[in-house]
Design a protein around this ligand. Structure first.
Ligand code: NAG
Ligand code: NAG
Ligand code: NAG
Ligand code: NAG
Length: 514
């Protein structure tokens, strides 16, 4: 390069200087573009490609209609959909036609990204489109022509008041009953109503969870785009969605409980929170938002722990998990609790759409933190007895012996234990509980696969999930899976619209699917 620049310098002075500058500039620009492209390429974010593409696919997951709302003007509809991560840079609105008795009214629905970060590891992300429609509409459709459109299937948000709702991120190939039963019992004891999104779960565990009056379980489908599509024929958008589309599930949950819940918390099932600012979650979160009056969302950090459990139902106890807890002295960035009228969408570690005037705050770890039940041990002879439950360890997130409070209050611990024992000895629950599996089939497979895809795939920044794991069928294994239906509409200008129109659980005998 320097050589060539020097050679050019031998010609006439000004021409030489001019050519020199042009060549060097050109070289600089080329290098920048190439470097940029390489980075984009390495991250498998074909952002430029998606940005210049003439046509796009969107997948509509839900449309919630709020007649009156604490968050939105009256008669507002909110569409939750997935598309490529540059979609909102190409389109600022979706065109909705409201059919009314007096004729059709066009409304521009404003698009907002749920994850406002580019480049994001995964090419596909969730969005909201929000618009106020005429009160007397008969139907709403996405349309850019006068003839037809994709009719939106509307739902209302839940109305039954709930003080605290826990929205858990989607569960798949789920068989770790020791974890889920403890989560349900503990969250239930401290006053949370739990909403689970399930892709697949062994049937006996599914039945045990479903019986609890404080839980609701929704099927969480993988998404599908039809044959008429903008994407290449073999492309599967699920491979480009973060962790089974979890940000969409969390936002879906927020939208459903926006009007009914006072607080909503968004944990994974292995994140256990024990209230310390009050007797239950409602008192805890009321105090927390008093500490941070301007908060829309509060992050509770996670403290890493190891616990002991049992492979045998007869020797298992949800509270002795917590009695065996050992703190690792490490913290991780945490999970959120929100006032639902102050945020419109949510992602696992933060909310990008906190309403104006509010912000995200962090709860100091020494006040309270989630116990992240990270490392599991299954000793041959676990000791579950009253004396162990009555002697819980101290909360010690930093290994400093700094607090003298126990990880749970003993009287709560004994109540949790008693309620659990009653639950699993009642009627047909007893037989189901007794036959829960001693051996994990999926857990080791997923572990091996994750080690492979997380440590051997060289590209940092690619979107990785269980879709890459080739999970085999297990004939004879009873599993509850999800069956769903999508329809495609191809006459919207430049956008293929795929909408989820039905989804339900299906019991099978051939193992769990993704
Ligand atoms: C929460 O955890 C993150 C990541 O470990 C850390 O940077 C942050 O300081 C913690 N926040 C508090 C309040 O402890
Ligand atoms: C109860 O558990 C404790 C601690 O794990 C153990 O030391 C004790 O021997 C157990 N007691 C009985 C009666 O099994
Ligand atoms: C904390 O307490 C335990 C037992 O009481 C003791 O073994 C340990 O050395 C203490 N750690 C610190 C950092 O003081
Ligand atoms: C445990 O909870 C009970 C009932 O809420 C309360 O009376 C008691 O003071 C608590 N004990 C401790 C050590 O916090």
């Amino acid at each position: 390069m320097l050589e060539s620049c020097r050679l050019i310098f031998k010609g006439k002075r000004f021409v030489r200087l001019f050519i020199f500058i042009v060549v060097c500039l050109g070289f600089l620009i080329a290098v920048t573009i190439l470097a940029g492209l390489t980075i984009f390429d390495r991250q498998h974010n074909h952002i430029l490609h998606d940005y210049v593409a003439r046509n796009d696919d969107i997948v509509v997951l839900s449309t919630t209609y709020y007649e009156n709302s604490k968050s939105f003007p009256p008669s507002t509809a909110v569409i939750l959909f997935n598309s490529v991560q540059v979609f909102h840079l190409k389109y600022s609105t979706l065109n909705v036609v409201a059919e009314t008795m007096q004729g059709n009214v066009e409304v521009q629905f404003k698009i907002q990204p749920v994850i406002n970060k580019i480049p994001f590891f995964c090419k596909w992300v969730p969005y909201l489109a929000v618009g106020q429609v005429p009160e007397d509409h008969v139907l709403l459709k996405l349309s850019t022509n006068k003839k037809d459109g994709m009719e939106l299937s509307l739902r209302s948000p839940f109305q039954t008041p709930r003080k605290v709702v826990a929205c858990f991120s989607p569960l798949f190939l789920n068989e770790r009953w020791q974890l889920l039963l403890a989560t349900v019992e503990i969250y239930s004891h401290y006053g949370a109503f739990m909403h689970f999104y399930v892709r697949s779960m062994i049937t006996d565990l599914f039945k045990l969870i479903k019986e609890n009056k404080n839980t609701r379980i929704s099927p969480w489908p993988s998404i599908r785009i039809g044959e008429s599509r903008a994407a290449p024929p073999m492309f599967d958008p699920n491979t480009e969605l973060e962790f089974r589309n979890q940000a969409s599930a969390m936002t879906d949950c927020l939208l459903q409980y926006k009007e009914s819940a006072e607080f909503i918390v968004f944990p994974d099932p292995d994140d256990i929170l024990v209230p310390v600012l009050g007797k239950n979650y409602h008192e805890e979160f009321t105090q927390a938002f008093n500490m941070f009056p301007t908060a829309g969302a509060i992050v509770y950090n996670m403290t890493q722990t190891s616990i002991e459990s049992s492979t045998t139902p007869a020797l298992y106890s949800p509270i002795s998990l917590l009695a065996s807890i050992k703190f690792k002295g490490e913290q991780r960035w945490g999970k959120l609790v929100v006032r639902p009228e102050r945020v419109d969408s949510i992602w696992i570690h933060r909310s990008y759409s906190i309403k104006e005037g509010y912000e995200q705050k962090v709860m100091p770890v020494d006040v309270n933190a989630f116990y992240h039940l990270r490392i599991w041990k299954f000793p041959d002879y676990p000791t579950v007895n009253r004396s162990k439950i009555s002697n819980p360890p101290y909360f010690d997130p930093y290994h400093l012996n700094a607090t003298k409070r126990t990880v749970y209050n003993v009287s709560d611990g004994l109540k949790i234990q008693r309620k659990f024992k009653n639950r699993v000895s009642e009627g047909n629950m007893k037989a189901i509980y007794a036959r829960l599996p001693k051996v994990s089939l999926y857990y080791p497979l997923i572990e091996v696969c994750y080690n492979r895809i997380f440590y051997s795939m060289k590209d940092i920044g690619t979107c990785r999930g269980p879709e890459y794991c080739n999970i085999p069928a297990f004939p004879g294994l009873r599993c509850t899976n999800v069956a769903s239906e999508f329809v495609t509409y191809k006459s919207y200008r430049n956008i293929y619209i795929h909408q989820l129109i039905s989804t339900d659980f299906e019991e099978g005998e051939n193992g769990c699917t993704l």
